[in-house]
Write a new protein. Structure first.
Length: 227
């Protein structure tokens, strides 16, 4: 294909899109129309029994997050929080032992989350980002690059978090508020599949979408070209 895929800029009406109905339309950058081989290759992965079952249960869970699905016309009526969604999906998959990797800044939330998971019957292993108490100097951080300049500071160790949960034998992990990049390393090193309960946003109460919801007003500056 000549162009990068740009679904986020697709101007075709949703019901008429190539990804929604056979023979539908899509722009020159449409991956459904122009990246068939890639899509086919991805589809073959769902043939692996473990992946197939994971995808099947995730899809069933997705549907069960709405009420009135038999009503026509269908009007979306969401009925489950993400917390309920995580618990229900974990039960569907038959998981008994969950992992919780969280940021020290969300200690109180992590404690509540562990309580909820345990109340729902899951054995839960939790591990904080500062696990190991390794000084930031270990990864070449200078004093001026610390959060609290001039003080000793433990590094966040997402790889340490992943390895602790790997060792604990968790079957499914839940991330809570890891920093950008730290979360990436956790995904890379965790053996069990991982979902995100909440993404950290220090300014917006861990609701990063608020910056987009106010992009035409208070956060307009973010949509301006920096060139
Ligand atoms: S897959 Fe094609 S039709 Fe669907 S949103 Fe992307 S560009 Fe549009």
């Amino acid at each position: 294909m000549e162009k990068l895929p740009e679904c986020a800029k697709c101007s075709v009406k949703p019901a008429e899109r190539a990804c929604r109905r056979e023979g539908g339309a899509g722009p020159d950058s449409c991956p459904t129309r122009h990246m068939e081989m890639v899509v086919e290759k991805a589809l073959a992965r769902y043939g692996e029994p473990e992946i197939r079952e994971f995808a099947r249960q995730a899809s069933i869970q997705e549907a069960q997050c709405y009420a009135g699905r038999d009503k026509k016309p269908f009007v979306r009526r969401p009925v489950k929080t993400r917390l309920e969604e995580i618990c229900e999906f974990s039960h569907k998959m038959g998981y008994k032992k969950l992992g919780l990797a969280y940021c020290a800044g969300l200690q109180s939330e992590a404690s509540r989350l562990q309580k909820v998971l345990e109340a729902d019957g899951f054995q839960t292993a939790s591990v904080i980002c500062k696990v190991g108490c390794t000084p930031k100097e270990e990864i070449g951080i200078a004093d001026a690059e610390k959060v609290r300049i001039g003080e000793p500071e433990s590094m966040c160790s997402p790889i340490g978090q992943a390895e602790v949960l790997n060792e604990a034998g968790t079957e499914f992990n839940v991330l809570l508020g890891l920093c950008v990049g730290h979360d990436s390393l956790f995904f890379k090193y965790a053996k069990a599949p991982t979902t995100v309960f909440a993404a950290k946003d220090r300014v917006l109460g861990h609701n990063p979408l608020a910056a987009l919801y106010t992009l035409n007003s208070y956060y307009e500056r973010l949509s301006r070209s920096k060139g």
